[in-house]
Design a protein around this ligand. Sequence first.
Ligand code: ROI
Length: 174
Amino acid sequence: MVNNMSSSVENDYTRCYIAIGSNLADPVSQAKEAITALQTLTASRFIAVSSLYASKPMGPQEQPDYINAVACVDTRLTPIQLLDALQHIENEQGRVRKEHWGARTLDLDILLCGDEVMSTPRLTVPHYGMKVREFVLYPLAEIAPQLQLPCGQILSELLEECPRNDLTIFQNLE
Ligand code: ROI
């Protein structure tokens, strides 16, 4: 279990949460490979990862089911540097995405970077959709049940309003 404060000993690190999603090209392997890459992210310390979850697609239904997870890293990278690093991992794993809200080999989305609130053409933090996506909130709660968002909302309250839909734990990684 982790909280939203990184170590007070060296607080030049920011605690970030990253959503992992895949529904193409062996999603379980895609997710595990992404987790391995996150474990060696530059200027960062890997803190935790949730179980792998199986979820029905949000958006167009004529695409395969997804594997989703959420990871936590403490990092000295800026949010944009972190985004660059995540996009590098996506590209290394041969990211394919043909249509908006369509199937993808690997999606790594920054959910939260400490209490940062930012909106630029490339990056919006907190992630714009995270508050209503069961495949984000439930894995996030597994590793950070006490989490509070920068806006003051409490994760446990968001969960109460978010139906589980068909979300199931696919595999515990511990
Ligand atoms: N649906 C699910 N279940 N999981 C995802 O990771 C996911 N990612 C997306 C869209 C297309 C919105 N649907 C998803 O980007």
